[in-house]
Ligand binder design. Structure first.
Ligand code: JFZ
Length: 613
């Protein structure tokens, strides 16, 4: 028995799926809570930090996984009655208002004659992916497994075999970790899958059912809980469960999901979309999920307070969509992977097979290119930890292992030199990861400069290894000018005060003079429909005694090097003079930038202070 302080009563206005802010289980929320007794039969795995970290280790080391969205929607490929759905293809039943009786007829099109589980796993392997997450049941309610709970499952299609079982077995054979997505709250086949009022109502099948007559406890009891028991019982070890769209569930319901999950699979890893929950402040039995799932295809560039994963698409849909040929290329895929790893995150990249079981060839091709790169450079991705440097660089990203700093060069510098700012540890040598060739370098003060002359550039990413002998890496966290005198105020290096919506950076100016101030931000919102909220921001910058009101304009835009769908926008906001050498402070006011769930807040990336020539 364990006692849970039920202080998670959800404050919808405050709570974000993933937020590092101190809104959890704190004194504020304690006031309107009561205590509940919970019988967590298998609580052991989470109850100490050590056990938790041990349980998470394989996943933290893995970095890269394959997401597979496959279901009845796959046979439509986004098209219904000659029209393409305006939204993601797996939502077609809901978006195009397809009556359930008609939708169920799609079962006859689930032929899967080309489905070969071993081949899918081989594709993931060749891609360098270390785990697979399959949609065992998506919002449509159709199960890809042999379910005794509901006939609406793959056994009653022309294919007639248990896909979960086949894929699990193929994974076991090839040494691939195996996870399942399960839409635990949303279900468009069940008459009682009630998600909530208002906006949440759009997630219900109100075409076939009357939301007012729904009793969610019936759905949970009849379908969701028992099917969950099936998938967590019938296939041996399941490494990860990817709950999704749990917003709307109350804490008691979420706890019941957790209890069933941990009872049946004590070692399993649980995604944060199990419900709309705050990020736990301590690692203990109160934890209702193990890692943070970021918004689809988006992450801020920050380290989060917990292990995290960015789910991403290869085109703009999760489920197969026949008209979408805009595939994320190998370089973008790899950039997202490297950038995630450099801030301790995983990347779960999706493919959407067709109803015949074939995965479209284009993404496979791109995955393979990245896989070949990983085959040669995997040392700098797998088993690494994120960068110790509290800022980013123009040339790329950093990952680390003891004694090694890996520099992933994504943008080859015109100067043919790479600069590492802030490094205090004496380094032993710098080499090319792939060939081992030693590179010329100079270490002076806080700068290590590496000469790239003669180095064969890898168009995807060239990895350098900075090797040091000390047991500890020492870094000077003071923000300072780079060798070209630019001052980079990354989001990740700001001190953020949520109450005042105030971000502060302290930095050292060595070269007095006039500097242009530029704000670099990302588009945000739904990846199918990205928006830039810069023009709606009302705030100001205070720096060197001057207050500069911010009116952000879309002055320059470019493809974001790590976020496929969201452009990077550069806005000129004015100029500032630093009259003398010294430490200055820049305050950015009025901008909400620190929520880790960041669909609504402003997508600040960084501020650059660039010397006026
Ligand atoms: C959900 C699903 O609705 C979708 O079909 C797909 O399976 C995807 C992986 O997950 O969509 C979401 C859920 C949450 C966010 C965005 C899309 N979010 O929090 O930004």
């Amino acid at each position: 028995m364990r006692k849970i302080k039920n202080n998670l009563i959800l404050h919808f206005c405050l709570i974000v799926l993933v937020s590092s802010c101190s809104i959890t289980r704190n004194k504020k929320t304690n006031e309107n809570t009561s205590s509940v007794e919970i019988n967590l039969k298998n609580a052991i795995p989470v109850n100490s930090k050590e056990a938790y970290l041990k349980r998470m280790q394989w996943w933290q080391d893995a970095k890269y996984g394959m997401f597979i969205h496959w279901g009845l929607y796959s046979s439509l490929g986004g098209e219904y009655k000659g029209e393409m759905t305006p939204r993601i293809a797996e939502w077609i039943q809901n978006t195009m208002k397809i009556p359930l009786v008609e939708y169920k007829r799609l079962m006859k099109d689930f032929t899967a004659e080309k489905f070969n589980a071993d081949e899918w796993v081989s594709i993931a392997k060749a891609a360098g992916m270390k785990y697979i997450v399959l949609t065992s049941k998506h919002h449509e309610g159709f199960a890809l497994f042999d379910s005794k709970v509901s006939d609406y499952n793959v056994m009653n299609t022309p294919y007639g075999k248990d896909v979960v079982k086949e894929l699990k077995e193929a994974c076991a054979k090839q040494g691939m970790r195996f996870g399942l997505y399960y839409s635990h709250l949303m279900d468009w086949e069940h008459p009682h899958a009630y998600t909530g009022e208002g906006k949440m109502k759009r997630r219900i099948n109100t075409l076939d059912f009357n939301a007012d007559e729904m009793d969610r406890s019936i759905y949970l009891k009849e379908k969701s809980f028992p099917q969950l028991r099936e998938i967590l019982t019938n296939y041996g070890k399941i490494d990860l469960i990817w709950y999704d769209m749990g917003a709307g569930l109350n804490v008691d319901e979420i706890e019941e999901f957790v209890d069933i999950t941990r009872e049946l699979q004590p070692e399993i890893i649980i995604s944060s979309r199990i419900g709309l929950l705050p990020v736990p402040k301590t690692i203990d039995n109160n934890m209702l999920f193990d890692y943070i799932t970021t918004s689809d295809n988006y992450f801020t560039g920050d380290d989060l307070s917990m292990p995290w994963e960015m789910p991403g698409t290869t085109n703009s849909s999760w489920g197969y969509r026949k008209d979408d040929h805009e595939w994320r290329g190998a370089k973008l895929i790899l950039s997202s992977l490297i950038a995630s790893a450099s801030r301790n995150g995983n990347y779960l990249l999706n493919v959407g097979p067709m109803a015949n079981g074939e995965i479209p060839s284009e993404p496979i091709k791109n995955l393979k290119i990245v896989g070949n790169w990983l085959h040669k450079n995997g040392e700098a991705i797998y088993d690494t930890k994120g960068s110790s440097f509290p800022w980013n660089y123009n040339w790329g990203y950093i990952t680390e292992k003891p004694q090694n700093i890996y520099l992933h060069i994504l943008n080859w510098p015109n100067t043919n030199t790479i600069e590492l700012n802030g490094l205090l540890t004496n380094i032993d040598h710098v080499s090319l990861l792939e060939k081992g060739t030693k590179l010329k370098h100079v270490q002076k003060g806080r700068f290590l400069t590496i000469d790239l002359t003669g180095v064969n550039k890898d168009d995807l990413a060239t990895v350098l290894v900075v090797h040091y002998k000390d047991s500890l890496l020492q870094i000077d966290p003071t923000i300072s000018q780079s060798l070209n005198n630019t001052i980079r105020l990354d989001r990740v290096s700001s001190i953020y005060n949520k109450e005042e919506a105030l971000s502060t950076w302290k930095f050292k100016v060595e070269t007095p003079g006039n500097y242009k101030i530029q704000v670099i931000s990302n588009e945000k919102g739904k990846h199918e429909n990205p928006e830039w909220r810069g023009s709606q921001q009302i705030g100001h910058i205070e720096v060197a005694g001057k207050t500069i009101p911010l009116e952000l304009k879309r002055d320059e835009e470019k493809v974001n090097p790590t976020l496929f769908f969201y452009k990077e926008i550069r806005s000129n906001v004015g100029e500032i003079k630093f009259p003398k050498k010294g430490v200055y402070e820049l305050k950015l006011n009025g901008f909400e930038i620190n929520a880790e769930k960041h669909t609504k807040e402003f997508g600040l990336n960084r501020i650059e202070l660039i010397p006026v020539k």
